[in-house]
Write a protein that binds this ligand. Structure first.
Ligand code: NDP
Length: 475
């Protein structure tokens, strides 16, 4: 491996306040309760800021602000709403370096990813849905599709600003107003987004941001003034929310967990597949709902592929997420690290063989080396449960039919990957894989024009593309 001199991105570009309130009705307001929570940099355990913990009364205030803004925002011509969205998109681009550094500090992901993947996609989402705002009558949902009202949106910590964009951009384009709760461990970019709303002169109450933990999320989704709930997170919490909303008039979309199969056939270009496998499971430390966490490799090439993969893993650099050379950043929280450790130990205890490259681990912060397991059986927990970390479970197959059966042998159905030179085999596989997205000869590729969502326990509804409008319209 080449030795690289450190190339740290400067953090001077971000101005983190010591303490944040809630963003309600276009203003920063103090919560009614005393509760505050510290958000830390997972790479150093340094406290970055204190954020307010919204209680039921605060959530109620935010929902009321959104309800009050709804008649004006929804009556505005689409072309006018689009101007605000375009303005937000441009502000995100202008402030992208600052937002990328802030995301990396709060989340632990490498700056290379927040700078080159998250931020460009965030801006692209706002640009894309800005384009739809005045064309809703042509979207295929009737002549005069109407917005739903107040959207209550709860997002996770793995792509904080990107998940915000996935939720807020289509909601606003369709004429809804929003109350959003970011995840407990990664609130800072959502709070920076609140400032962007002010910079864009967005009418007060159209976007409200309430920080807090699970109870705040529960208060939001169960609030009677909310007309639409959009949730991304664990299947367990998704189930709770679905149960709570059953029988109400609220419209619900759920984007939950996954245990995707990344399937490599013997005719695949193996070097390219190795890059795709690495991108599939080690991108964002594996904190990706659609991560290719199960590698299914055809037996005839398994030994060669594993040798090449291990060689490649030996070149991944783990460490300071602000260093532009870093491939693997920090695990987002101590809780998540404990979960990854527990499942990895279960993998060994159940008889799979664990391997990691030599990989120095920093003294402070939360870290887990890139890890792969061979000799994995379908019954092992590491083949069934979402680890949500940089851990790959390797299984083999002999025939396409066996690959399909193993790939679909999961309660989830979010994504899959197929590596082969044969177009006919790709299509044969794609039509049989029970997954919302099937990538071919690539992995983890996102685009605002393309719908994303799951089958089975991975949730329902689609985000992105024309399909993503449907969740925010009365159709
Ligand atoms: P959760 O599902 O608990 O959290 C997702 C969001 O929902 C957070 O904002 C959380 O708040 C909030 N929340 C928690 N409880 C409730 C509730 N009862 N009602 C409404 N909102 C609620 O995921 P975790 O962050 O705890 O991660 C646990 C596991 O979930 C991971 O290990 C991973 O397997 C999976 N996961 C999947 C994701 C995906 O993209 N599909 C994303 C993140 C996690 P708070 O953060 O304050 O708890």
């Amino acid at each position: 491996m080449f030795e690289y001199a450190p190339a740290p991105e400067s953090r001077d570009i971000v101005d983190i306040r010591p303490s944040y309130g809630l963003f309600i009705n276009g203003e920063w307001v103090e919560p009614q309760g005393e509760d505050r929570h510290k958000t830390v940099n997972p790479a150093t355990e340094e406290v970055l800021a204190e954020v307010a913990w919204a209680g039921e009364a605060d959530v109620d205030r935010a929902v009321q602000a959104a309800a009050k803004a709804f008649p004006v925002w929804s009556a505005m011509p689409g072309a006018e709403r689009a101007k605000y969205l375009f303005r937000i998109a441009r502000l995100i681009q202008e402030r992208s370096r600052e937002l990328a550094v802030l995301e990396t500090l709060d989340n632990g992901k490498p700056i290379r990813e927040s700078r080159d993947v998250d931020l460009p996609l965030v801006a692209a989402h706002f640009f894309y849905y800005a384009g739809w705002a005045d064309k809703l009558s042509y979207a295929g949902f009737g002549q005069d599709p109407r917005p739903l009202g107040v959207a209550g949106q709860v997002i996770p910590w793995n792509f904080p600003l990107l998940m915000l964009a996935w939720k807020i951009a289509p909601a606003l384009a369709c004429g809804n107003t929003v109350v959003l709760k970011p995840a407990e461990t990664t609130p800072l970019t959502a709070l920076a987004f609140a400032d962007i709303c002010r910079q864009a002169d967005l009418p007060p109450g159209v976007v409200n941001i309430v920080t807090g933990a699970g109870e705040t999320g529960a208060a939001l989704v169960n609030h009677p003034g909310v007309d639409k709930v959009a949730f991304t997170g664990s299947t367990e919490v998704g189930r709770l929310i679905a149960r709570g909303l059953a029988g109400t008039r609220k419209k619900l979309t759920l984007e939950l967990g996954g245990k995707a199969a990344n399937i490599v056939f013997e005719d695949a270009p193996l070097d390219q597949a190795v890059e795709g496998i690495v991108n599939g499971i080690f991108f964002n430390q594996g904190h990706v709902c659609c991560a290719g966490s199960r590698l299914l490799v055809q037996e005839s090439v398994a030994a060669d592929l594993l040798e090449a993969l291990k060689r490649r893993l030996g070149t991944l650099r783990l460490g300071d997420p602000l260093d532009k050379n870093t491939d693997i950043g920090a695990i987002n929280s101590a809780e998540q690290l404990a979960k990854i450790r527990e499942l990895s130990e279960a993998g060994e205890a159940e008889g799979a063989e664990r391997w990691s490259p030599a990989c120095p681990i920093p003294d402070r912060g939360y870290w887990f080396p890139p890890t792969l397991f061979t000799g994995v059986a379908q019954s092992h927990r590491i083949a069934r449960e979402e680890i949500f970390g940089p851990v790959l479970s390797v299984l083999t197959f002999r025939t396409p039919a066996e690959a399909v059966e193993k790939a679909n042998n999961t309660p989830y159905g979010l994504s899959a990957g197929v590596w082969t030179e044969k177009g006919s085999l790709m299509l044969w596989m794609a039509s049989r894989l029970r997954a919302g997205v099937v990538w071919s000869n690539t992995f983890n590729r996102f685009d605002p024009t393309s719908p994303f969502g799951g089958y089975k326990e991975s949730g329902y509804g689609r985000e992105g593309g024309r399909h993503g409008l449907e969740a925010y319209l009365a159709v």
